[in-house]
Design a protein around this ligand. Sequence first.
Ligand code: TXA
Ligand code: MG
Length: 324
Amino acid sequence: MTIVSGAGSAGIEQAAQRLAAGGLVALPTETVYGLAARADDDTAVAAIFAAKGRPADHPLIVHVRSRDEALGFAAGLNDAAERLIAAFWPGPVTVIVPRAPGRADAAAARLPTLALRCPAHPVARALLERCAQLGVPGLAAPSANRFGHVSPTTAQHVADELGDELLVLDGGACEHGIESAIVDCSGAAPALLRPGVVSRERLEQALGAALREPDERSPGAPGTLESHYAPRATLRLMSAAEVKSALQVLPASIQGLAVYSRSAPRRHPLVQVMPDDPRAVARELFAVLRAFDARGVKLIWVEQPPDTPEWEGVNDRLQRAAAH
Ligand code: TXA
Ligand code: MG
């Protein structure tokens, strides 16, 4: 087993040395766990794509310590990118910017743009800091799951998903539980490619402008793929009324079904109670779906949360999981 604590300097040192040498390390962030390689080493980055089973044309996010480090990868930062960075870094907002030629080619899937994020998790920050001392200018890191599957929010999820050989830095359960919001700042007006825990409203406040919808052809990859973030079980989104009436006619002992709901009877043996707070649901969502899979559940009924701004990130992940 190669889960090591990220709390002490020994784990950070081991991980940084491995990364500096071109190896892979899984690291905790405040959103989900990432699978990292040095961003300036295309061979190391290719190993991320192989480990995830990710198509080579799906670009990765490069994680940096600061705006200044981001400047090393970007062909300049426009007003939108500067505003988001000033308002939310370090934190769960990723910006897509024009890429400096020749930087992070493999991570960017050779696109002319690059996704940049500055994580807030103390273990991620300590690792980036030590990596920088070793001459590593940033870490390319997608979520540490097999392509298309739900993202891991604990070190054990990563080990379950990607195997024992991988070095996993343990930073506890992730605070937010769904991936960062992604804002494409490479065009004339910024577009929200993936909603996160920072609401559209707060992003727009910081931008001083409305976000536009992404174009069909934007290379959002999983951000534009319908089916993603999916458990192995089939997930069906239902209204509260549908869940309630279905539970009334079903035998409570039925096999292979689980219900994740805010309003179904709490004591019902099939029901896992969904919290009322969208941030609490985001935090536990992927762990709940994984636990259903681990129990051998074949069908998951999820009560559709309200179509309101504070639920946007959770609703986005549920819709993609249901499209599987
Ligand atoms: O919270 C997060 O963002 C986590 C943690 C580990 O930082 N990372 C993460 O990475 O979710 P990943 O690779 O699973 O998702 C990154 C998304 C993908 O949908 C990818 O297609 C999109 O960002 N992306 C990356 N570079 C892009 C680019 N240049 N243009 C458009 N989309 C891009
Ligand atoms: Mg992912």
